[in-house]
Design a protein around this ligand. Sequence first.
Ligand SMILES: Cc1cc2nc3c(=O)[nH]c(=O)nc-3n(C[C@H](O)[C@H](O)[C@H](O)COP(=O)(O)OP(=O)(O)OC[C@H]3O[C@@H](n4cnc5c(N)ncnc54)[C@H](O)[C@@H]3O)c2cc1C
Length: 430
Amino acid sequence: MVGGGYSGTMLAVRLADRGIHSTLINRSPDFGLGVAYATPFDGHLLNVRTSRMSAVEARPDDFLDWLRARNPACADPDGFAPRRLFGLYVQDRLAAAEAAHPGRIDRIIGAVVAVESDGVRLADGRVVIADAVVLATGNPAPKTTAGDGAGDRLLNDPWAAGALARIGADDDILIIGTGLTMVDMLLQLTAGGWRGRATALSRRGLLPRAHPLQHDTPANPTPGMVAGPASQRLGEGRRLARTGGWRAMMDGLRPVTADLWRDTAPAVRSRLVRHLRPWWDVHRHRLAPTVAGVIDGLVTDGRLRVAAGRVRRIAATAEGVSLDWTPRHGTTDASGVGGWLIDCTGPGHDPVRDPLTGPLIVAGRARLDALGLGLDLDGDGRVLGADGAADPRLFVLGPPARAAFWETIAVPDIRQRIEAVAAALTGGSA
Ligand SMILES: Cc1cc2nc3c(=O)[nH]c(=O)nc-3n(C[C@H](O)[C@H](O)[C@H](O)COP(=O)(O)OP(=O)(O)OC[C@H]3O[C@@H](n4cnc5c(N)ncnc54)[C@H](O)[C@@H]3O)c2cc1C
């Protein structure tokens, strides 16, 4: 397994259950955490309710039961626990599997730099031979160059440890991106006593929506939503959202999203990605109610200004950095200034430039999907070569598998993919 975040770690656990040995390779010693759960800050809450965050498909209450035993104050099935606790829970599950099946999981700390025909090579020259390789490399740092003009006032990897340390308590900041990464940064800054103001810009200026306090019941998708032309399906979705609520409609789509995506023609997928994706993302990946309250408070207090538009110019100034943009609905350019610019454009997936997958594409061992979102995969996550044949020894799991499954970012989706990959690797069924 290349990558020891949630995806690689829990796949190793599931394989150990099935009697299979695996080697879990991660850049850092904090196996089980990855970017999402490595945060030490308790204000970074899960954006999925506790009752839906089991790491194991067959045991829906596994995380809830773990919280009841380990941290009862957070064991509310409808609540949103600190992400830090989810990381500890995954680490516990890894340790339990290692104890129950000694020798079935090996951990290696190191960076994999190449996928060979019979295993992987690490940066320090070590080679790990394997019958199969699973790329579970997760969420890469942002890849935009939008902020480059900001010079040393650009914070271009906001998830790096201590990334926000240079921001002073009264500094104003500029942010590119208005999604979940922006929210994470503002929460952390605010909790640390930051009193400045923020200007956040994205193409559409959309903010993630909030979960309601009480759990919604998902509405089963109607036949009109899962068959027929895309425009008709969208119309039916809107109708259902008006009558039964948009949250219930979106949640009802969750179990069928991957199938719908796979059944959709590339030309239609392309239109969906271009026009619908920002709307999909803010409705699908929602905020815990208390988190939404903090962001609403910043807007109400005039400390967070959210703008829609296209970056025109970013420049370092004597005081910090300036940002000019062309508003989405307007003709006159707008501008903002701040001490720092934070790149919150989100994970920068780029399979062609990625040092692991780029060479696979060049060698014909892998190919891009029609939209260039990621590697082309079969229904179990096997990598398809240039000739369209699935490689039985090479898999992709987690967020980098998005071209094949679209929603494979959050735990409830990834844990289903883990079962599929585990079954494919052991010749069984999921
Ligand atoms: C900030 C943030 C918050 C999130 N919050 C939630 C949430 O509340 N609920 C939810 O369900 N989902 C959430 N997610 C979605 C998240 O994608 C998944 O929950 C999950 O963490 C994905 O795990 P992963 O193992 O696939 O990827 P990652 O967590 O990114 O882990 C990948 C690991 O692979 C390592 N790696 C990468 N390349 C190499 C290499 N070449 N060699 C060695 N190691 C390598 C990385 O260092 C990393 O440790 C969040 C995501 C982010 C970014």
